[in-house]
Design a protein around this ligand. Structure first.
Ligand SMILES: Nc1ncnc2c1ncn2[C@@H]1O[C@H](COP(=O)(O)OP(=O)(O)O)[C@@H](O)[C@H]1O
Ligand SMILES: [Mg+2]
Length: 386
């Protein structure tokens, strides 16, 4: 049905040059992503954290909208992880693409606006795929966003799911066997061959304000799920992008994660050291609501002073601080208070942290961006253990 990436028919020389360009693009992407990730994680922690706090108040007005904000923040956090992980596997679970589409229907409607009508045709017996739901949602959202961009005057967007087989895509495809397909079709401007050849090149965009990263990410996520992508398009004829993912065997479908027990109220004194004022305020609010006493400091020197004035049970410190790093501060305070528990907040993957500062520096590490729930669980586990 389609012209897949495999049979784009490029000569070997062209292919090699394109592959080289893509590699260079990806290296740049990695550097850019690494550089902004710290800031991005702080912002996402704040956006997600306050949305959750408001939702927990029970009577939050505009609940649905707030839930959409929270979901978007979680998506963005997953995206940031994806950019950094680049190839490292994410935890996999059984995902039903129909449910994913339903979960995002509100956000999709908002993307579409009024001039674009949405048609969905979802197979009721759709098989599940084994994957990372946040990453798969990124695929859906990026394809829908591109479809909308292609229809500035309005049009029709069709989202279609069905059970399929990899044999449909290309006979020489490395993947075989049952698949699930997700097709996103638009009645927009379509693409000529030149644009189609560049589609997956990082930073390739024909839009005034495009990033050119949407389809790069889509292709990366699909590849990580051992799937295939097919694009059918012609100028003025609209575009259909179809994603094929391996169908999970029915008994591989896991039951949803069990609900964790609610946390008891906390007690204890926590010395919080975080230079980002927004994150500091959020963490303080979350801990205080749960019953903890919080001494908050914006720098290591302020923290040292506070620790001299009163006893603390837990040091909760960002790894990257202006004068003295979190791990160095922890070592200083531990020399005087050997019973002090240390929880570090870090944007680095745990392996990098242990390599740089040694494994013994902290009892636990909280990865950014984190949810209020994850923060409270870590703090509770530390104090409970002691
Ligand atoms: N549904 C579509 N219809 C027409 N053109 C598309 C469509 N999807 C992608 N494209 C083309 O591919 C380019 C790259 O897309 P993408 O990687 O998502 O980056 P961006 O959307 O930021 O431009 C777009 O700029 C556009 O030219
Ligand atoms: Mg895009």
């Amino acid at each position: 049905m389609t012209a897949s990436r495999q049979d784009a028919g490029a000569e070997e020389v062209t292919l090699t040059a394109t592959a080289w360009q893509q590699l260079q693009g990806l290296a740049t992407l990695g550097r850019v992503a690494g550089g902004v990730l710290h800031e991005l994680n702080n912002l996402l922690t704040v956006i997600g954290g306050y949305s959750e706090l408001l939702l927990q108040r029970g009577s939050a007005p505009r609940r649905a909208e707030l839930e959409a904000v929270l979901r978007a923040a979680q998506q963005a956090a997953a995206l940031a992880r994806q950019l950094l992980a680049c190839g490292r596997g994410q935890p996999r679970q059984a995902v039903n693409l129909n449910r994913l589409i339903a979960d995002f229907s509100r956000l999709l409607q908002a993307l579409l606006g009024e001039a674009i009508s949405l048609e969905t045709c979802l197979a009721p017996d759709l098989g599940e795929v084994c994957g990372d739901p946040a990453a798969l949602a990124q695929v859906l959202l990026n394809l829908v966003r591109n479809a909308c961009d292609a229809m500035p005057e309005g049009g029709r967007l069709a989202i279609h799911t069905a059970n399929a087989d990899f044999a449909e895509v290309a006979t020489e495809a490395p993947q075989r066997g049952p698949a699930v397909k997700l097709a996103v079709a638009d009645t927009g401007c379509g693409m000529d061959a030149a644009v189609q050849a560049q589609l997956f090149t990082p930073f390739f965009s024909t839009k005034a304000h495009g990033t050119g990263l949407g389809l790069t990410l889509v292709a990366q996520i699909v590849r990580q799920h051992r799937g295939l992508l097919a694009v059918r398009s012609a100028p003025g004829q609209g575009t259909t992008v179809t994603v094929y993912l391996p169908r999970a065997a029915p008994d591989a479908a896991s039951s949803p994660a069990p609900q964790a027990a609610p946390l008891p109220r906390g007690a204890g004194r926590i010395l919080l050291v975080e230079d980002d004022a927004e994150v500091r305020q959020l963490v303080r609010a979350v801990l205080q609501r749960q019953g903890y006493t919080v001494l908050a400091a914006g720098s290591a020197s302020e923290a040292l002073r506070l620790a001299q004035e009163q006893p603390v049970d837990v040091l909760l410190a960002d790894v990257v601080l202006p004068q003295l790093s979190g791990p160095t501060l922890a070592a200083c305070l531990r020399a005087r208070h050997p019973d002090l528990k240390v929880l570090l907040i870090s944007g680095y993957p745990p392996g990098v942290l242990a390599q740089r500062y040694g494994a013994a520096v902290a009892e636990a590490v909280l990865a950014k961006p984190f949810t209020p729930e994850a923060l409270l669980r870590q703090v509770h586990a530390l104090l409970g253990a002691g």
